[in-house]
Design a protein around this ligand. Structure first.
Ligand SMILES: [Zn+2]
Length: 414
């Protein structure tokens, strides 16, 4: 998997969201998915076939639009000798801006974060974005471990695919075979062996999961009996991994079967796991908020300041944040001022005057407020986490803190 930064992922998600909303007047929006192994000459041949077929489209307007879209695709693939590493996705179509006659040709060429696996050509009144959406969902990796006193198995879960990373057996004898020695001494030996086993499991899991920790969204522990709880409560797992444990579930089985059992249960609420990840972040923020001089900050202005000085560890942005950051300029003297607005109407109604010459300032630049913050975060190596409003915690970030909150590296007094 290619490394994709949170910013790239955010941009990618945002583009997808925009693409998903676009509609053509007729079935004239063309989507093409090209796997990395596909010959572009074959794609070209297919496009020319489709061009020929499109002659049968009844509506003159739709026919014309489909044909020009295909022509754009043919031109686009000519720019490549072969598909990029992960293949290529191209969307082309006439998108109406208002009433009839306002359509404009739009083209999006995407090199996706994961390989395109299937060749698609689709012509519809909307773009075919599902395979790309699926790719993003598939990115999340979870760690799974099933532990009991006799054995331990650990694996990763990516999308719906599990990969067993290791299997350990304890060799700890059962509790009742005292066999000659005094029961107490025997119990102590067993206890020590059990501890040694948990330590071994921890060492192996640290080795397997630590290199993945940035991609790891959470770890789920399972198993029959109490051993998994002993494992959780003891400090067998490195603290950053321990922090990622989001669920402990009872299973009937151990080994691979136990892993599948855990996944089957989690599959019902993989989304819940996402939600738990969000909840944990917001709870960390709230905990800091309760402290005197806690490592947290919220609101547009304060968080921006903290971002600029590099004091932010994790930036929490509400997915529902829709404010825009506008630059207003005086056409007379060039004076500029950045202003945040909630809607375009608000920007249009602003009658901000130039402090130098009293002229009305005009809007000259605009970006999403979220984009501005993501860019600032990127410059300082700050993690960005987008928080949905599906949870009570997420709602709180949106409503009580203006959709912008931060967990800080250090406290800054303003
Ligand atoms: Zn001025």
């Amino acid at each position: 998997m290619a490394e994709v930064s949170s910013k790239e992922l955010y941009e990618f998600k945002k583009t997808l969201k925009e693409l998903a909303q676009k509609r053509g007047r007729g079935t004239e929006l063309v989507s093409v998915y090209i796997p990395p192994t596909k010959q572009l000459s074959d794609v070209g041949k297919h496009m020319r076939d489709e061009m020929g077929q499109s002659a049968n489209i009844k509506s003159k307007q739709t026919r014309k639009n489909v044909q020009s879209a295909i022509a754009v695709i043919l031109e686009t693939i000519k720019l490549y000798k072969q598909p990029p590493e992960n293949g290529l996705v191209i969307f082309v179509g006439m998108i109406p801006k208002g009433g009839p006659g306002t359509e404009k040709m739009e083209k999006y060429v995407i090199e996706p974060p994961e390989p395109v696996t299937t060749y698609w050509y689709k012509c519809n009144n909307e773009f075919f974005v599902e395979p790309l959406e699926f790719m993003i969902e598939e990115r999340d990796v979870y760690g799974v471990a099933v532990i009991d006193r006799n054995e331990a198995t650990y694996a990763t879960l990516k999308g719906k695919k599990e990969t067993i990373l290791g299997h350990l057996t304890s060799g700890v004898p059962g509790k009742h075979k005292a066999g000659g020695q005094s029961q107490r001494r025997f119990d102590r030996v067993i206890e020590d062996l059990a501890h040694q086993f948990l330590k071994r499991i921890g060492d192996h899991m640290n080795e397997a999961f630590l290199p993945l920790k940035d991609d790891l969204k959470g770890i789920i522990l399972g198993g029959p009996g109490f051993t998994k709880k002993d494992f959780y409560e003891g400090d067998y797992l490195q603290y950053e991994l321990k922090d990622k444990i989001i669920s402990i579930v009872d299973t009937s089985y151990t080994g691979e079967e136990g892993i599948r059992e855990v996944i089957a249960r989690a599959a019902d609420d993989l989304e819940n796991l996402d939600v738990m990840h969000e909840k944990k972040l917001v709870q960390r923020f709230i905990q800091e908020l309760r402290k005197d001089k806690g490592l947290c900050s919220y609101g547009e202005k304060q968080v921006r300041n903290n971002l600029i000085v590099g004091a932010v560890d994790t930036l929490l942005l509400s997915e529902d944040l829709t404010s825009m950051r506008k630059t207003f300029t005086c056409s007379n003297c060039g004076y500029q001022k950045d202003i945040t607005v909630k809607t375009q109407a608000e920007a249009d109604n602003l009658e901000e005057k130039c402090p130098e010459c009293n002229d009305i300032l005009k809007e000259t630049d605009s970006m999403d407020l979220a984009d501005e913050f993501v860019e600032l975060a990127e410059e300082m190596n700050t993690d960005v986490e987008f928080i949905s409003t599906e949870t009570e915690e997420g709602n709180q970030i949106y409503r009580a803190f203006g959709g912008i909150a931060a967990i800080l590296r250090y406290y800054v007094d303003y």
